[in-house]
Unconditional design. Structure first.
Length: 120
């Protein structure tokens, strides 16, 4: 996301705009470096994010820097449009990584985490 640590990986991609998923996803912190989300049938949230047009060479660079398991798949954004997004397998997230859905999004989680680190 713009302004965050891994944004440089998207150099060469075209920012289209901000977006949010329909409220049927859970969001996890993968190694406290990457966000990972998956779709659920209940208990989901609307995950805020950003849309980009990503040329294949840029995607290859992004993919090389992602943790194993992240994959391209269909994501439904508000008001109900399906786009190609990055997902993480539920079985690799639950019980292994931190569920950060309660923070409302990756940017909010990072902000909270960084505030906690500054306080200690």
């Amino acid at each position: 996301m713009r302004g965050l640590g891994l944004h440089a990986n998207l150099e060469g991609a075209e920012f289209v705009g901000e977006a949010a998923t329909v409220p049927r996803y859970r969001l996890y912190s993968i190694g406290d470096v990457h966000p990972g989300m998956f779709e659920v049938s209940e208990g989901g949230i609307s995950v805020p994010g950003e849309l980009y047009r990503v040329p294949l060479p840029v995607w290859r660079r992004v993919e090389a820097g992602e943790p194993p398991g992240l994959y391209l798949g269909p994501v439904v954004i508000l008001p109900g449009r399906e786009v190609l997004g990055i997902l993480y397998p539920r079985e690799l997230a639950e019980g292994l990584h931190r569920d950060i859905s309660g923070f409302g999004g990756w940017r909010e989680y990072v902000r909270s985490r960084d505030s906690d680190e500054e306080a200690t």
